[in-house]
Design a binder for this molecule. Structure first.
Ligand code: B4P
Length: 194
């Protein structure tokens, strides 16, 4: 299963990927986690990315594509993956298409988690108080939501035009949302395989 989870920052992509990865038997590849690991390791790329992330902006497409291309060569990704946080703009969506065509591993499904902005702001505020992630402070979350609306929302249309997009209500108990995503994947599989 090669799955992309789309959704605004704080919509629960990472949370749902963690719930789904064992069941689907594929790794959870989060570009946000990879960038935070690079920041924590103090690499040159991490230091460059930190300021951008703390300000709620997107890190450069070149850095992301290099990082993701390398990650997809790992053995565990041969069986598929749940991609969380990528693509975040149309250039990244295009780059992903080319990358996957080159390794002959097209996407099976794209699921978007739909969550209203006010719910997102309150979720991130809770995490900000608990974990102190700089990009979770309410002003930065609003900035991230604006960037999402401008740059990432068109990615959903990109996949809708290819007949790959499914939209799932991301509000509710974690297990409820997981069940909705699983149902969407089953529907998709039934539609493709009959
Ligand atoms: P991410 O790490 O991707 O952002 P995130 O806000 O953590 O998103 P996610 O949707 O995974 O939310 P989560 O499950 O954690 O990106 C961080 C930054 O990295 C970006 O701003 C950017 O700078 C950079 N970056 C990453 N990818 C990039 C790319 N491709 N290009 C350029 N830059 C990139 O959930 C959020 C909170 O809600 C959690 O506290 C969770 O517990 C809670 N929650 C989840 N589901 C819930 C539910 N059903 N009910 C109640 N609470 C819930």
């Amino acid at each position: 299963m090669r799955l992309v989870l789309l959704g605004a920052p704080g919509s629960g992509k990472g949370t749902q990927a963690t719930c789904l990865k064992t069941e689907l038997g594929v790794p959870h590849i989060s570009t946000g986690d990879m960038l935070r690991a690079a920041v924590a390791a103090g690499t040159a790329m991490g230091l460059k990315a930190k300021a951008v992330m703390d300000a709620g902006q997107l890190v450069s497409d070149d850095i992301l594509l290099g990082m993701l291309g390398e990650r997809l060569t790992h053995d565990d990704a041969k069986a598929g993956f749940i991609l969380d946080g990528y693509p975040r703009n149309l250039a990244q969506a295009d780059a992903l298409d080319h990358l996957l065509a080159k390794i002959d591993q097209p996407l099976d499904a794209v699921v978007k988690l739909d969550v209203p902005n006010e719910v997102i702001i309150s979720r991130c505020e809770i995490r900000f108080k608990a974990e102190g992630r700089a990009d979770d402070n309410p002003d930065t979350v609003r900035k991230r939501l604006a960037i999402y609306a401008e740059q990432t929302a068109p990615v959903a249309d990109f996949y809708a035009r290819r007949g790959k997009l499914q939209v799932v209500d991301g509000v509710g108990e974690l297990s409820e949302v997981t069940a909705r995503v699983k149902r969407a994947l089953q529907d998709r599989s039934a539609a493709v395989h009959g």
